[in-house]
Design a protein around this ligand. Structure first.
Ligand code: SF4
Length: 765
């Protein structure tokens, strides 16, 4: 009996014929939309009898495998009694630089369609035509060859033969995945309270191809509660692939551990972790060209062998595993991680690989997306991250600089930069050393940017190594791309200083963009311990009416955490006045019970001021202070100081919203108490101020959307460091007079609401 495997022509030939080196020299990429338009331009010239976008399919037996091959050729042209298969390719290269043998993979694709056409129309010979269309000039160059049925039969056999080792791995692996996921049992002895409900909601969501917003508390085991049901659903035929998205490296490790636990229970699934290119690169600089980097040189000649070796021998493909195989086969570790990601069952990576229009995984075809579930960990982070991904900014100085530096070498670039610089002079005048806000994009600027981008492309294709020009080029490309997305959820901020001016297209509400991106996928699960209020996060992350939501209460006994509120002002202008009473409070906390404490503050400035006063008081504790831009090593050292059984209490000073207020896990006696000073409101800068106004105009409560909710999210994250398991106990002290206001109190997690008030007279006993 034959095992069957379905494959499209394009990935088939790309696998079978890839060769050569990674070459990250400058290339202009036509977007899918532009590519389609160029294809249509050629297809419009077809005659009456010619057909376009012709679907083909066929079966092909090879050894014990039965291949179902399908594809769609661009054109099937009728010439007298015979056929010509036309394959159209758009290119930004000058056509003189393309010859008949430039791209073996293009011929291979066309020859596959030609073979299918011969079978379908019973032809003994057929012609194959490659049509290259230049994206700028729309000039066309064609190459034609004729083939007999025998030629193409040999050819198809060769393609399949090359693909077969990979196909066999895919088929075998698929069986192992399905069988093992069906028999997989929950990797913990029991479900924690609420965990079964959460996992059940995720299963139902994946099964139905829906979207879920889940507010699930710290300690419930969110990673397993989402991965386990998704794997089970895959076992039952609901989807084929998982993207597990996180904002932080540490949470990526938790996902890897979850796969290890499921593997220990018998699961056979491939998971790949993608680490940023500049972190995994083996070279000093990421110059991805064969002359500089031996891992780029001949990458595509070796990738099939390296990838198969990796897939046959590993299931949990972490950064370390990738590095090992990359060295063994002399492959770029980053590209290898991407190649592995396209075939893996699960991909663990940052949000941007799915959502950021600049870096998303472009080879992830629609068909694969429709079978993919996206699990978004700590999704409250996605609001601000998405604002960054969908915003774009230009600075006047960049164009002034290019105008000058290209004056004698490339007049076109100098002129194009100069006209943009002129526009910025006007913007600067209008902003009068301050700022102005607009609610649209300046069309004139876009016209000038288009010109600038096309003259840059010409220069960069000739010599692509001017980093300054490349930088500005990509910034402009991004600006144009974001301008196309501009809607009522954006505003344009023009700011002017003494000599500088900038324009930012600011996406203050990313909900439209996020829902557009996620709609391509089978299912999406947004989950967080601090989705509070849930409606705010639903609004910002693109809630749709038929989405599901679930809220799971904390699984830990309430009495394990003592919560106190000290209504002491931490407002900026009153900080000096309340400094001594604040130190009294901190002293009261650390001296009542020996242990390790984390004190969180809304800014570095405030934290350092309090640290100074605290150490001046000579309270009998060790202290440790967070610094800006700490290295990974320093971060580790900071956390390692929090050991259980220390001889003296420890007071760790840290900032809200920083590296120690989220994603860290200090279990048991490693953390005795958390003190949060302030309500965590973000800076009152121009962007925030305007965001507030826009939310108000949209009928939302601008102050709450801009300041209170993001601030209280930081507070909840910081407080969430305290209780990490059933046996953890500790105290939480919230210091700020606003905590007694209803607006803030109603945002406290349910288990924090049973608090005691601290006053100068009433201290912690
Ligand atoms: S190893 Fe570094 S320089 Fe070489 S191809 Fe990979 S990322 Fe580029």
């Amino acid at each position: 009996m034959h095992e069957s495997i379905k494959v499209s022509v394009r990935p088939l030939v790309e696998y079978a014929f890839r060769s050569g080196s990674i070459d990250a020299r400058f290339r202009t990429a036509t977007t899918m939309h532009e590519g389609t338009k160029l294809h249509q331009y050629v297809q419009k010239q077809y005659g009456e009898q010619d057909q376009k976008e012709v679907p083909f399919e066929m079966e092909f037996e090879y050894d014990d495998l039965l291949f179902y091959i399908e594809g769609r050729c661009d054109g099937l042209l009728k010439r007298n009694d015979s056929y010509v298969v036309d394959e159209i390719k758009s290119t930004s290269l000058p056509l003189e630089e393309i010859n008949e043998n430039s791209y073996a993979v293009h011929w291979a694709q066309a020859k596959c369609y030609a073979y299918m056409a011969m079978m379908k129309y019973d032809q003994a010979t057929i012609s194959v035509q490659l049509t290259y269309i230049q994206s700028e000039t729309k000039e066309v160059r064609t190459f034609t060859n004729s083939y007999s049925l025998e030629d193409l039969s040999h050819f198809i056999s060769e393609v399949i033969q090359r693909y077969t080792p990979f196909a066999r791995w895919k088929v075998d692996h698929h069986h192992r995945l399905i069988d093992s996921s069906r028999s997989l049992t929950f990797p913990f002895e029991t479900y924690r309270e609420g965990q079964r409900k959460f996992a059940g909601s995720v299963y139902k969501t994946v099964q139905e191809g829906a979207t879920l917003f889940a507010s699930a508390p710290t300690g419930i085991g969110k990673t397993m509660s989402t991965l386990f049901p998704t794997i089970k659903a895959i076992g039952e035929g609901h989807g084929q692939k998982i993207f597990y998205l996180t904002a932080k490296t540490i949470t990526r490790e938790t996902a890897q551990e979850a796969f290890k636990m499921m593997e220990d229970k018998g699961l056979i699934a491939t998971s790949v972790t993608i680490t940023a290119k500049d972190k995994v690169c083996f070279k000093e600089k990421t110059i991805c060209q064969k002359d500089y980097c031996e891992y780029a040189d001949g990458y595509y000649d070796r990738i099939n062998e390296g990838l198969l070796d990796l897939l046959r021998n590993e299931t949990r493909i972490t950064r370390e595993v990738l590095e090992g195989y990359a060295h063994k086969h002399r492959l770029c570790p980053f590209e290898l991680s991407l190649d592995a990601a396209y075939v893996a069952d699960a991909v663990i990576c940052d949000y941007n690989y799915i959502f950021d229009p600049r870096v998303s995984l472009k080879r992830l075809i629609e068909e694969q997306k429709k079978q993919t579930t996206v699990l978004i960990d700590e999704a409250h982070n996605l609001v601000d991250r998405a604002r960054g991904m969908f915003s774009a900014e230009l600075h006047k100085s960049a164009f002034l600089q290019l105008k000058r530096s290209y004056r004698s070498t490339n007049q076109e670039i100098s002129n194009a930069a100069s006209s943009i610089n002129k526009l910025f002079i006007d913007y600067k005048k209008s902003a009068q050393s301050g700022y102005v806000v607009q609610t649209d994009v300046d069309e004139e600027l876009l016209v000038h940017l288009d010109t600038f981008v096309s003259v840059c492309e010409k220069e960069l294709l000739l010599q692509g190594n001017d980093e300054e020009l490349l930088d500005v080029y990509f910034t402009c490309q991004n600006f144009i791309r974001i301008a196309k997305l501009y809607d009522h959820h954006f505003f344009t901020l023009v700011q002017a200083g003494k000599s500088e001016a900038s324009m930012k297209l600011f996406c203050f509400d990313p909900s439209n963009q996020l829902s557009r991106m996620r709609n391509g996928f089978r299912s999406t699960v947004f989950f967080s311990a601090t989705f509070s209020p849930l409606s705010y996060y639903q609004n910002m992350l693109g809630w749709e009416d038929d989405d599901y939501q679930v809220t799971i209460p904390s699984p830990f006994p309430e009495e394990n955490m003592s919560v106190y509120i000290a209504p002491l002002s931490t407002k900026y202008r009153e900080r000096e006045e309340t400094l001594e009473p604040l130190i009294d409070l901190l002293e009261n906390v650390v001296t009542k019970r020996k242990g390790n404490y984390l004190f969180f503050f809304s800014s570095y400035g405030y934290m350092e001021r309090v640290y100074e006063a605290y150490t001046d008081r000579e309270i009998d504790t060790d202290t440790i202070l967070q610094h800006q831009n700490m290295t990974e090593e320093e971060r580790e050292q900071y956390l390692e100081t929090f050991t259980s059984g220390r001889s003296k209490s420890l007071a760790g000073f840290a900032v809200l919203g920083g590296i120690f207020s989220e994603g860290i896990d200090l279990k048991g006696d490693r953390l005795t108490g958390v003190v949060v000073v302030g309500v965590g409101l973000p800076n009152f800068d121009t962007e925030r101020k305007l965001m507030k106004e826009r939310f108000d105009l949209d009928g939302k409560n601008g102050f709450e959307y801009t300041y209170v909710y993001p601030g209280m999210n930081r507070v909840q994250q910081a407080g969430g460091r305290l209780i990490r398991s059933e046996t953890d106990k500790g105290i939480l002290v919230l210091i700020d007079s606003r905590y007694v206001e209803k607006r803030y109190q109603q945002l406290l997690p349910f288990e924090w609401r049973n608090f005691d008030l601290l006053t100068p007279e009433k201290k912690i006993q």
